[in-house]
Design a protein around this ligand. Structure first.
Ligand SMILES: NC(=O)CC[C@H](N)C(=O)O
Length: 222
């Protein structure tokens, strides 16, 4: 599996994401936001967490208009896999690759702690490594993680099984306890929690690792 990990000014989880991909055997290329093309043969694009462009004007809004964004949109339109974590989820929403918006946390505070998630579907490359219904512990670290969408969109996401993860104890006010959602073709995932920060025992937990292992299996030659 060839992964391209994007870096914006203010990204701070790009290295962690690259290390997680490499930890399951992926070949990783780091891509700067001013690049206009993805490396040839890219299987998956990783958009990392952080504070791209200082979170001005809205989290992810400026990154979504950076030169690499068009290449990522084309890649996704062609059926490519894209994983957006935390600020990466915010970027994907701002790019229009996922529906809805991420508002300020309901308590208006930055929240940084491990949370329990329920895996809502195993029906994607990202979640194939989990049993549906499994509860996993993954850290969150955000001030704008309060997912919202209009009622029709929420109904569609839930009806089509596109909610990938839900919070067991909703920390931020997200509609329907949503922690992560899939695109219609299930190849774009945005999630606020950080699976790359629950990858090895030194992180205090390894529940995020199955996401990267599931992806590797999805790209394994049949
Ligand atoms: N860890 C992150 O990616 C932070 C995301 C975003 N800047 C927020 O605080 O909401």
């Amino acid at each position: 599996m060839k992964a391209a990990v994007i870096t914006f000014p203010g990204s701070n989880c790009d290295r962690d994401l690259a290390v997680a991909f490499e930890g399951v055997g992926a070949q990783v290329t780091r891509v700067w936001h001013k690049d206009t093309a993805l490396p040839a043969g890219t299987d998956i694009v990783g958009i990392p967490g952080g504070f791209s462009f200082g979170d001005y004007l809205r989290c992810g809004a400026i990154a979504a208009r950076s030169p690499i964004a068009r290449a990522i949109t084309d890649f996704a339109s062609g059926g490519g896999h894209v994983l957006g974590i935390c600020n990466g989820f915010q970027v994907l929403v701002e790019m229009g690759l996922l529906p809805g918006a991420l508002l300020r946390n309901a308590n208006l505070k930055y929240i940084c702690k491990p949370v329990t998630l329920r895996v809502e579907t195993a029906g994607s490359g990202f979640t194939a490594g989990y049993a549906p219904g499994a509860q996993i512990t993954v850290p969150i670290a955000h001030h704008d993680g309060n997912y919202t969408a209009d009622p029709e969109t929420l109904a569609r996401l839930q009806g089509d099984g596109r909610v990938a993860f839900r919070y067991v104890d909703n920390p931020n006010g997200s509609a329907a306890d949503i922690a992560g959602i899939l695109s219609e073709n299930r190849r774009v995932l945005g999630m606020m929690p950080h699976p790359e920060r629950a990858f090895s025992a030194v992180h205090g937990g390894t529940d995020g690792r199955a996401m990267f292992e599931g992806l590797i299996s999805a790209f394994a030659p049949a």
